[in-house]
Design a protein around this ligand. Structure first.
Ligand code: FES
Ligand code: FES
Length: 170
């Protein structure tokens, strides 16, 4: 199979040829030259390649290019001015939640998705949001503190808005 599809990548419509075995991860890195999504296991287990597909965090290594027609893909490169991403980036930086940094974009995308789920009432625990992400440097102490910081900040925003929802998961 060799065809052309179009989809939105970080807000821009792009058209590209697809082959039956091509993945979104390879398309991002080899064709679009966007390298925030990282190859790790390539079988959906490590989360290093996590991107947003129609707003949901997914491993790009498991999305075939032929599945992208008419879809919207967002990567860290396209989230640089996104308020949710900036809040996540700040929390990760303040809590030193990275060592080599290889896993960090995947964690950040999953946390952005988790925050958006919280806001829409779909999910209450940011720890769940990163359940599919692994850090081979085992930097989970910093990640844990960053999640606590994000959870506290969500609680404060919620209290300011007069909403009684408790995002702490207690
Ligand atoms: S490379 Fe995609 S989940 Fe590991
Ligand atoms: S910081 Fe190195 S893999 Fe997570």
């Amino acid at each position: 199979m060799n065809d052309t599809i179009s989809f939105k990548l970080n807000g821009e419509t792009i058209a590209c040829p697809v082959s039956g075995a091509g993945t979104l991860l390879d398309l991002l890195r080899d064709t679009a030259r966007l390298t925030s999504a990282r190859p790790g296991c390539r079988i959906g287990r490590c989360g290093a390649c996590t991107v947003l597909l129609d707003g949901e965090a997914v491993p790009a290594c498991l999305v075939m290019t032929w599945q992208l027609a008419g879809r919207q893909v967002e990567t860290v490169e396209g989230l640089q001015d996104d308020q949710d991403f900036l809040v996540v980036r700040d929390a990760l930086a303040r809590e030193s939640a990275l060592q080599c940094g290889y896993c960090t974009p995947g964690f950040a995308v999953s946390l952005v998705s988790g925050i958006r789920h919280q806001r829409s009432g779909q999910e209450t625990d940011l720890g769940e949001a990163i359940a599919g992400n692994l850090c081979r440097c085992t930097g989970y102490g910093g990640l844990s503190r960053a999640i606590q910081r994000l959870t506290d900040s969500c609680c404060r925003e919620d209290a300011a808005a007069g909403n009684d929802n408790d995002f702490s998961g207690d």
